[in-house]
Structures are given as structure tokens and as C-alpha cells.
Design a protein around this ligand. Sequence first.
Ligand code: TRP
Ligand code: SF4
Length: 326
Amino acid sequence: MTERKVVLSLVRATGRLHLGNYLGAARDFAELSRDETKECYFGVADLHALTTLPDPQELAASSRAVARDYLAAGIDPERASLFLQSAVPETSELFWLLTNVTAAGELQRSKTFKEMSAKQADNVNAGLLNYPILMAADILGPEADLVPVGEDQLAHLEMARNIAQRFNHRYGELLKTPEGYRKKAIRIPGLDGKGKMSKSDGNGFGIADSPEDIWKVLQPAYTDPARKRRTDPGNPEICPIGQIHRFVSPPADVETIETGCRTAGIGCVDCKKILLGNVTELLAPVRERAQALDDAAVDDALRQGAARARKRIQPTLAKVRKAMGL
Ligand code: TRP
Ligand code: SF4
């Protein structure tokens, strides 16, 4: 049997998965988990979440909620290992070992570090600075071949490769340098008309939400302000609803709403109702799986996944410790 490619990705444990996470990542991860040529590790980065100081109870709840959403998205926990980062202590040990082959200057120059420090100027903790080293440990521990990440994480991935190279240069060729694997760039706009849909901004809906709950956020959603009255024409390209239609609606519906919007032939409420119908249909299997999942099933999947991830990382950690003289 040829060796299967190891795929690994983690997502920060903040909030629930939304439509953008589903179309850009979770749906593909579900498919990868069923691919016979791949061995998948999908994690919830609860340790990384600590850098932004979440409330302890909220962190615990949202870590599990994200794991549940992943399962609902269709990741098969028998085939793929789904785990909480904090349930794999080997990663934290590897993190410390790797800090010693990481250039402090490179961390300080990181764009994300600068952005995050500016964003939480009252809490510039060393976790923010060392964030990329923990991510490198996540990746290098299981000897990942493929790391699907979004555009915003490519620099971190590059740092993981640099860390592996510096380690190998000093201690011998022990660490595998991963290939990037750019996720589809899917930018679902936020329903507030400000930037993209994001878990922390509360401008979207969860992938397992009921149609009623989705309508609660779609109904008041931002639309092209040019359409003050039903008779005013609008531009679907600058409206988040119009843009989301392009990701989820069949071409005939897209045509209907785009023409309707430009000619004032359709009202925003009807446009949103069509979108609700299509989103509901797209996410129906997710919602069904979510309803069938109880806490015990989520915990079981996480326990199983963490055990497999630990087993995968232990030999790497042993090699690294030995090479470093520990
Ligand atoms: N830093 C990533 C993010 O913010 C999450 C992450 C942590 C990750 N460890 C990883 C992604 C390892 C890929 C591989 O989205
Ligand atoms: Fe947006 Fe649709 Fe209204 Fe046009 S008709 S402004 S696309 S909601």
C-alpha cells in the first residue's frame, strides 16, 4: 500500500462555523475525510484562542460547538481524526522545543502579530508573538504533507517551513517541510455590509441554524442603500445578499435576482426569501446531521481523534527530543 498523504488543518475555536467556513473549508474537509488516499487530522485550536483572552466558559463551549459543526458538515470521525489542540499535549512540548530554532525577529516582524497587537493594545501577550511557533508544532508534529489554509495563514505556513528548515539544518533532516495547499478563496460578505462574514463580528449565521434563525439575520441584513423605495433600482454587486446568491443559488435564480434588482423588478424582501430557500436547501444535510449528534457523540469523536493524533505525533517528538540531547 502506498503511503497516504497526511492532511492537517486547525481552526481557531471562536464562535460557530458560518457559511464562509463551510464553503471555503469544512465542506472540502468532509470530502477529504472520505478520500482513500488521504489521512486527515482536523483540529480545533483552543490553545491559539487563548491569545485573545476568551472567557473560560465561552472557550469550552465554543471549542465543542466548532467540533460539532465540523461533524455536522460531514467530516467522518472514523476516517479523519478530529481533536482539540489542548488534548494533544505533545504539541505543546514540541512548541517549546521549536521556540529555540525560531528567530525572534521573524516573529516580531509578522504582520499578524502587528495587527493583533494593535487590535488588543492592552493585552500584547507573548502568546500573540509565539502564535506561529505553536502553529508550526501543530503542522510538524504529525508530519503533515498538505496543510489547507486560507490566504491569511500563508505567512504562518511559510514560518512553519522556515522553522523546520532551521531545525533540520542544526539537528539533521528530521522534520518534514509541509506543502501549502491553498484553500479556495471564498469570501462570503458579512450581512452588515462591512467586510467578510466572520465568526467574531456576528454578521452571519451558523451552518446548522434553523431556517427561522437564518431569516432573523437575513431579514434585517444590509442591502444596496440606493434602493430606498421598492421602485428604486439597485446594484446586486455591491449588496451582500446579491453576492451570496452567486455562491449558493442556481444560475437561473442569480439571473432573476440580478436583473430584478437592476430594474426594480424584485423587492429586497423577495430577493432575501429566494436566498433563504437556497441556503436552507444547501445546508439541509448539515442541519440533519447536527440534529442527530448528541454531546456523547461529539465527545467520543474528539477522544478518538485526540488519541490518534497523539499517536501520530509521539514518534516525531521522540526523534526531536533525542536529536536535541534530551
Ligand atoms: N492559525 C490558524 C487560523 O487562525 C489556525 C491554525 C492553528 C492552523 N494551527 C494550525 C491552521 C495548523 C493550519 C494548520 O486560522
Ligand atoms: Fe440586494 Fe437583492 Fe435588494 Fe438587490 S434586490 S439590493 S441584490 S437584496
